[in-house]
Design a protein around this ligand. Sequence first.
Ligand SMILES: Nc1ncnc2c1ncn2[C@@H]1O[C@H](COP(=O)(O)OP(=O)(O)O)[C@@H](O)[C@H]1O
Ligand SMILES: O=C(O)C1=C[C@@H](OP(=O)(O)O)[C@@H](O)[C@H](O)C1
Ligand SMILES: [Mg+2]
Length: 178
Amino acid sequence: MNCMTIWGFMGAGKSTIGRALAQRYAWKWIDSDTEIEKQAKLTIPDIFQRYGESYFRQLETQFLEDLWHQVQRNQPASELLVITTGGGMPIQEENRRWLKKLGISIYLHVPFDTIVDRLKRDSQRPLWDGTQLEAMKCKYEARLPYYRQADVIIETQGKSVEEIVQDIAAAIRHWRSS
Ligand SMILES: Nc1ncnc2c1ncn2[C@@H]1O[C@H](COP(=O)(O)OP(=O)(O)O)[C@@H](O)[C@H]1O
Ligand SMILES: O=C(O)C1=C[C@@H](OP(=O)(O)O)[C@@H](O)[C@H](O)C1
Ligand SMILES: [Mg+2]
């Protein structure tokens, strides 16, 4: 099975794009946060509140390891699985290794100001605090070098979901034909 992993900061549109790719091309799609919530039977904010960030990071690594074994058992090479990550997943080196082993990685780049705008009314992201924009910008900038290690970088500013889906489909065509 071929896998594509989608990386990017909170609010970059990863989950939205994953859903749209799955609808448009009938590709399989899995969102790490949704899977972790299902397995833990808790929401992401509850996991953070009860057990803290480092426990959540362990769940992310476990998710990748389990997925890797699942993908190995599932052989149809023609099938494509889209994996949308949580924003912090590619920051840990071990996670990046799993992500790279799984397949092509795609980073959705969004300028910081757009993220601020998109997450204005968000209450589901425990690490986002719209009243602490300096600290948020530091986190964003600290993560950029890791995100830039993805195989493909898509500039998404000013693009609709459909346009980003088209850009990704073109990158995948290129990857499959090479
Ligand atoms: N291309 C886009 N243009 C405008 N808004 C978008 C776009 N992609 C996503 N959004 C919006 O941004 C917010 C965050 O999207 P989401 O998919 O949850 O991001 P992520 O999974 O990267 O955190 C949502 O409200 C979504 O509707
Ligand atoms: O950036 C992060 O560290 C996080 C991003 C979230 O996912 P989204 O990127 O989908 O918001 C979620 O995994 C968790 O709240 C932590
Ligand atoms: Mg998401």
